[in-house]
Design a protein around this ligand. Structure first.
Ligand SMILES: Cc1cc2nc3c(=O)[nH]c(=O)nc-3n(C[C@H](O)[C@H](O)[C@H](O)COP(=O)(O)OP(=O)(O)OC[C@H]3O[C@@H](n4cnc5c(N)ncnc54)[C@H](O)[C@@H]3O)c2cc1C
Length: 207
């Protein structure tokens, strides 16, 4: 049987997150006047407050400045953070950054960690995850990927259109899924690429 109790330390942390959300994050909701996403200066202010409270980046390893919680601990803390729509951003554990941090921490090379994971974990930049495409491209079924990546001198050329990409505006980089094979099956044919947002070939439009 799996023991899902994260233990007394997480229980105490959970209470501190709940108190932080009540006292600091919820009152800030009224100051978020951005049309889309969270105002960047308010995001920085809330993240500073979370750092001071010792609650920043609960899912990130201690070596990268986080609290190093395991999945059970993360579940408890994320639940409390989610009591306010701004809570996960204050703790730097909002989607899609949290998932991207997890992915990078598992598979990134040392160079990729230094360039993408370290600033993301520190809250210095935001990121996005670009999988979904307009029909008939990828959605529920990622095997329908229409975006292609072709090897060229010095790297890859990615061609395609994505939509519904949370946080694309203002993200420093995207993890972009593209087709690298004729067919996508048995874990082959699709690849995730780290794409710098200041790449001249990347354009973000509001549709
Ligand atoms: C708030 C929000 C944030 C998002 N953020 C991101 C993001 O950051 N990055 C990103 O890449 N995408 C993002 N998405 C897109 C999301 O991943 C897609 O909407 C989702 O994968 C579904 O794809 P689709 O919209 O193309 O719908 P479709 O795949 O076209 O599905 C349409 C309908 O058909 C049904 N359906 C599909 N296939 C089958 C089947 N085989 N059998 C039966 N029924 C089926 C579905 O259940 C659904 O009801 C976001 C979406 C939302 C709403």
């Amino acid at each position: 049987m799996i023991d899902l109790d994260p233990g007394p330390e997480v229980a105490e942390l959970r209470e501190r997150v709940a108190a932080f959300v009540q006292a600091t994050v919820i009152p800030a909701e009224q100051r978020d006047h951005s049309e889309h996403g969270l105002d960047e200066s308010l995001r920085a202010e809330l993240q500073d407050a979370a750092r001071v409270a010792g609650l920043f980046a609960p899912h990130v390893s201690v070596s990268l400045g986080g609290l190093g919680l395991d999945t059970r601990g993360q579940a408890a803390v994320f639940e409390e953070a989610g009591y306010s729509v701004l809570g996960p951003q204050a703790l730097n554990c909002a989607a899609p950054d949290e998932g991207n941090m997890h992915l990078l921490s598992v598979i990134a090379t040392e160079q990729q960690r230094a360039r993408y994971l370290v600033p993301l974990a520190a809250g210095a930049v935001r990121s996005c995850f670009a999988m979904t495409e307009p029909a008939p491209g990828a959605g529920s079924d990622p095997a329908m990927l229409a975006t292609t990546a072709t090897k060229v001198d010095g790297g890859w050329s990615i061609s395609g259109r994505k939509w519904f990409i949370t946080g694309a505006e203002g993200a420093a980089f995207a993890i972009c899924m593209a087709r690298t094979g004729e067919s996508i099956r048995a874990g082959r044919g699709a690849t995730m690429f780290l794409v710098d947002a200041d790449n001249p070939g990347m354009r973000v439009d509001r549709v």
